[in-house]
Design a protein around this ligand. Structure first.
Ligand code: SF4
Length: 384
């Protein structure tokens, strides 16, 4: 019954930008297929999305986690699944989860919000490839449940102290915003909870109009960036880094605090020049006083991700560098190489600004010491 309700086809199936997107910015094209879980069919957000794309092909599915068992045109990591499919599903929950492991028990806790799984972009290094059995982006449409749970969580956590909530852990935080409207609603909730901080981490461009004006100070939009040549080698379908920076600047002008995430930081032929140019572009484009922080994290992977990268991108050179297994089971660049990577990137940052907080994530204390506390914390006040 649901299938016939959902099947709305129009010949030609034109590819059009998702609502509110500028196609010139190379954000992902609108999907051509909606896979809709039966139990998600009557949700208000499902009906709204169906109304906004009346030409789209709709397939009813039973369970988004078992896409390989469904009769659908694209499943698993078939080429095209990211660009042609959007899944609308119910998340049975929980929606708010702690990061694990809690690396520093003395630090304020971090949580992530599962409002979506997967991402329409296709970065070779993306850890989600080793995490989900298929590559289709999934929007959880039972949003009233998400937001009720989030409000309860914030109320309880606020009594314990400050905390950070991440919306870009299991998906790009804003790539599905034209469909889900998640961030807009979440920002309204964080406005009422000033002790908690929301980070929206993305690679999107051209999304500034989707975000509300007059943002509260506890919301940070952060952009993940790689040098231009690494973007060309290792990312598919993501917007040009310069377009991302222009969008970040537009968000600063709207009043948003902006974070820069060089994660993964990559070693590849020409990386030093690549990061020099990228850092220069960051400081040329952005207002340093509204850069909340810069976070670096060297490329790392679990063995399952390496298998997926080799299967999906056999020509990719990401895995040719020298890696060592680390105590958390992940492989990272040989330690002296990543210390050199961090030191050189931070030196470039310090040439432009002595005071912006720089952090290194997912690394051991030893590596951070080797990089140098002074270099990380900065030695001079911000130039603004
Ligand atoms: S943008 Fe982020 S979430 Fe999306 S594919 Fe790239 S690394 Fe993964």
């Amino acid at each position: 019954m649901l299938r016939s309700m959902f099947t709305r086809q129009r010949p030609g199936f034109p590819t059009v930008p998702a609502p509110g997107r500028d196609p010139a910015l190379q954000n992902p094209p609108a999907p051509q297929y909606l896979y809709v879980e039966s139990r998600a069919g009557k949700e208000a957000l499902t009906l709204k999305i169906l109304d906004s794309v009346p030409w789209i092909r709709v397939c009813e599915i039973t369970d988004h986690r078992r896409l390989d068992a469904e009769t659908v045109p694209f499943r698993g990591y078939d080429p095209g699944i990211k660009s042609q499919v959007l899944v609308l599903a119910h998340n049975p929950g929980p929606f708010v989860r702690p990061f694990r492991p809690l690396l520093d028990p003395g630090k304020n806790p971090d949580f992530f919000i599962s409002h979506a799984n997967g991402c329409p972009f296709d970065c070779h290094y993306c850890f989600l490839q080793g995490y989900f059995p298929h590559g289709a982006p999934v929007v959880f449409v039972n949003q009233d449940v998400i937001f009720e749970e989030l409000e309860r969580h914030l109320e309880a956590q606020t009594k314990l102290g400050p905390a950070t909530y991440h919306a870009g852990e299991l998906s790009d935080a804003l790539a599905l915003e034209p469909w889900s409207g998640f961030a807009r609603r979440a920002i309204g909730i964080f406005r009422k909870n000033p002790l908690a901080r929301l980070e929206l981490r993305t690679k999107c461009a051209g999304i500034e109009d989707l975000l509300p004006d007059d943002p509260p100070p506890n919301v940070v939009c952060s952009w993940t960036l790689t040098p231009r040549d690494a973007w060309q080698r290792f990312e598919q379908d993501t917007p040009d880094p310069v377009q991302r920076l222009r969008t970040a600047r537009a968000c600063q002008e709207k009043g948003y605090s902006v974070g820069i995430r060089l994660d993964p930081a990559l070693l590849y032929p020409g990386w030093e020049e690549g990061y020099r140019e990228l850092i220069a572009a960051i400081f040329e484009c952005l207002l340093p006083r509204s850069i909340e922080s810069i976070v670096l994290g060297g490329f790392r992977f679990l063995p399952g991700l390496a298998v997926r990268i080799r299967e999906r991108f056999p020509e990719c050179s990401l895995l040719l560098a020298e890696f060592v297994p680390c105590p958390d089971g992940k492989h990272r660049y040989f330690r002296p190489l990543r210390v050199e990577l961090y030191r050189k990137i931070i030196r470039e940052i310090r040439k432009h600004d002595g005071g912006i907080p720089v952090q290194i994530c997912m690394e051991s204390e030893q590596v951070i010491q080797d990089v140098g506390e002074g270099l990380i914390k900065g030695t001079a006040p911000s130039s603004f």
